[in-house]
Ligand binder design. Structure first.
Ligand SMILES: Cc1ncc(COP(=O)(O)O)c(C=O)c1O
Length: 419
C-alpha cells in the first residue's frame, strides 16, 4: 500500500495543456473513456521527436540513432511499468488492429475441435475478430454472457463453460459500458487449469490503474495509449511462451524479432518513440506526492494508480448515488464500487427513460458537459441488458484529473434536464 498523500488535482491539471485551451473554456470533459487528454510530457516528446529525430530510425547517424533509442526506450519502459519483459511488449496502430492480427495468429494455432470462449460484455474489438476466426475454423464457440439486469459477468458461468478442449478465452479487464472490473487473476487461473490461454482487453482499465500484467496472469494483455494520456498506439503484451508458439504474422526475415512477429504494420516511429513519455508523467506525480525517486517504475505506477483510484472512487460514489436515485435514468452496471471482488471504474453509462440518449447528450453539451451517447462498440453488452444498441446509452466517463466541482456540475445538469 502506498503511504503517499491524496492526489493533488490542481497539480495534476497543470500537467494537461488541454485545460488551458480556449476550446475548453467553460466546459468539463466527460468523454474520457473514448480518449483522454494528453499530458504535457507526451505533447513535448512529440514536438521534440518531430523537430529533432523525424528520420528513418536505426541507421548509424545522429538523429536516426536517437530515434531508434527512443523507440527501444518506450518498449523497455512500458515493460518495466507492466512487470513484463521488453521482448513481450508489442506496439501496434490500435487495439482493434492488434486483436485482428492476434486472431490471424490464433487462427493458425487452433484446430477445428478446439473450443473458444468469448463474452458479450466486451468492446467489439476484443471479440469480433476472434468470433470470425473461430467461425472460419469451425471451432465450437461459447458465449460467456452477462447478467441481463446488471451487465456483470459471473465467474461461475465461465467455470461451467470451461473444459479440457477450451484453448482460448477473451475477456475485458473492465467493461467500457458497465465500468466493472472483472476478476482477471481468478479467470486466468481457471482457464490455465484446463490448458486455455486468456486474452484480456485492458483498454477501459489502464487509464485508471497501470496493472502488473505478470501478477494478473493474462497471456495477452491489450490497451490503447490514447486513452492513457499518451499517443495513438495500441500496446499488446504477449507473454513469451505464447509469443514463441504463435505463428509469425510479420515479414519472414523478422521471425526472430519478438516484437515484430505480431506486428505486420510498419511502426509509427514518432508515436512509438513518444509512448513512454506518459510514464515520465507518472514518475513526476510520484515524486510530487513524496514518492522516493529511487523507487522502480513499477512501484511508482502501483503507487500512482492507488492515488488515481482513491480520487476517482470518491467522485464515482457521488455520481452513482445521483444516478441510481433517479428513476428516469437506468444505471447500466453496479450502483456501488465493490461487487464480486472487482472494482468499478469511473465509467457511468445510463439509459434514460424520459428522453432520447442523444437529446440528453445535446442538453448536457449545451450546459458545457462534453459527453457522448452511442453504443460505444459495446453493442452486444447493451443488447445483453435489453438496451437497444441503436438507441444507445449516455456515457459519463472521467479520470483522475476530473474535479469534484465538475462532477457536481454534471449532477446538477442531469437534475435540470431529466429532473
Ligand atoms: C474497451 C475497449 N476495447 C477496445 C477498444 C478499441 O481500441 P482502439 O480504438 O485502440 O482500436 C476500445 C476503444 O474504444 C475500447 O473502449
Amino acid at each position: 500500500m502506498t503511504s503517499l498523500p491524496s492526489l493533488d488535482v490542481e497539480f495534476v491539471r497543470t500537467q494537461f495543456p488541454a485545460f488551458g485551451s480556449p476550446e475548453n473554456d467553460g466546459t468539463c470533459f466527460f468523454d474520457n473513456a473514448a480518449g483522454s487528454y494528453a499530458c504535457r510530457q507526451t505533447i513535448d516528446a512529440l514536438t521534440d521527436f518531430y523537430t529533432h529525430t523525424k528520420v528513418q530510425p536505426y541507421s548509424p547517424f545522429g538523429p536516426s540513432e536517437r530515434a531508434g533509442e527512443l523507440m527501444d526506450r518506450s518498449r523497455e519502459r512500458w515493460a518495466e511499468a507492466l512487470g513484463v519483459d521488453t521482448d513481450e511488449v508489442v506496439f501496434g496502430p490500435s487495439t482493434s488492429m492488434n486483436t485482428y492480427v492476434l486472431a490471424q495468429a490464433f487462427g493458425q494455432w487452433l484446430s477445428a475441435d478446439d473450443e473458444v470462449i468469448v463474452t458479450n460484455q466486451d468492446h467489439e474489438a476484443n471479440t469480433g475478430s476472434t468470433r470470425r476466426m473461430a467461425e472460419r475454423l469451425g471451432c465450437p464457440m461459447h458465449e460467456w454472457r452477462t447478467n441481463p439486469d446488471t451487465g456483470l459477468l459471473d465467474v461461475a458461468d465461465l467455470e461451467a463453460l470451461l473444459n479440457e478442449r477450451t484453448r482460448l478465452v477473451t475477456v475485458p479487464h473492465a467493461s467500457n459500458i458497465v465500468g466493472q472490473e472483472n476478476e482477471i487473476a481468478r479467470i486466468c487461473e481457471l482457464a490455465h487449469a484446463v490448458g486455455a490461454r486468456v486474452i484480456v482487453d485492458g483498454v477501459s482499465f489502464v487509464p485508471h490503474g497501470i496493472p502488473d500484467v505478470a501478477a494478473l496472469g493474462a497471456d495477452v494483455y491489450l490497451f490503447s495509449l490514447y486513452k492513457v494520456y499518451s499517443v495513438h498506439q495500441g500496446v499488446m503484451v504477449v507473454r513469451r511462451e505464447l509469443l514463441n508458439e504463435l505463428p509469425n504474422q510479420g515479414h519472414f526475415f523478422n521471425d526472430s524479432v519478438p516484437h515484430a512477429r505480431l506486428n505486420p504494420a510498419g511502426p509509427d516511429h514518432a508515436q512509438v518513440g513518444c509512448a513512454a513519455a506518459v510514464l515520465d508523467y507518472v514518475e513526476t506525480l510520484h515524486r510530487h506526492h513524496g514518492g522516493d525517486p529511487a523507487d522502480s517504475l513499477r512501484r511508482a505506477c502501483a503507487d500512482v494508480s492507488e492515488l488515481w483510484q482513491a480520487h476517482e472512487d470518491a467522485l464515482t460514489v457521488s455520481l452513482l448515488d445521483a444516478v441510481a436515485g433517479n428513476d428516469r435514468l437506468r444505471l447500466l452496471g453496479p450502483a456501488v464500487l465493490d461487487v464480486n471482488d472487482g472494482h468499478r471504474c469511473p465509467t457511468v453509462a445510463v439509459s434514460p427513460t424520459s428522453i432520447e440518449p442523444e437529446a440528453l447528450q445535446d442538453a448536457l453539451i449545451a450546459r458545457g458537459v462534453q459527453t457522448t451517447a452511442n453504443h460505444f462498440y459495446g453493442w452486444r453488452c447493451l443488447d445483453g441488458m435489453g438496451v437497444d444498441p441503436e438507441r444507445g446509452a449516455l456515457r459519463l466517463s472521467f479520470v483522475h484529473y476530473t474535479t469534484e466541482a465538475e462532477v457536481d456540475r454534471v449532477i446538477q445538469a442531469l437534475d435540470e434536464i431529466v429532473g
